[in-house]
Design a protein around this ligand. Sequence first.
Ligand code: ZN
Length: 155
Amino acid sequence: MSLDNLRNLYQQVILERYKSPRHRGKTDPVDRYQKGHNPSCGDTIELTLHLDEAAERIQDVKFDGEGCAISLASADLMAEALRGRTVAEALEMVQRFQSMMRGEAEFPQEFRKLNVMQGVAQFPVRIKCANLSWHTLKAALEAQEAQLAAFVSNE
Ligand code: ZN
C-alpha cells in the first residue's frame, strides 16, 4: 500500500473508531482489571478482560477511559483483535505491536486492521498514545501470572 493511501486509511479508521467505538465498556464478568495512564498526553485507559475457566484464553476485552483519538482508537482495535486469542498469543501481539511502532514489523493478513496503526510511527510523540492499551494489556496479563504463582506457593 502506498504511503498516501496508508495515511488516508489511518486517519479514517482512527476518527471512525474514536467516534463509534465497538468495544467500549466493561466485560461481564471482570476477570482482570488494569488501569493505564500515559502522562505525556493525559490518556487514561481502564481495561477489563473476561477469560475462560483455565485463564488461558481471552473471551472478551473491553476498555473505558478518556484520551486522544489515537489512544482510544488503538484500544478499540486491540479489543477486537484479542477476542478468542490465548494469553500467549496476546503477549506475542503486544511485542509485535511495539515492534511495529518502531517500524520493524507488521501484522499478518489475519490482523491487517491493526496495521493501519503503522501511520502513528510517523509521529513519534503519539507512539505512547497508540501503545498505551497494549502496555496496559501486558500488565493485566502479567498480573495474572503473578497471582497464579502466589496461589501455587500458598498450597
Ligand atoms: Zn494521546
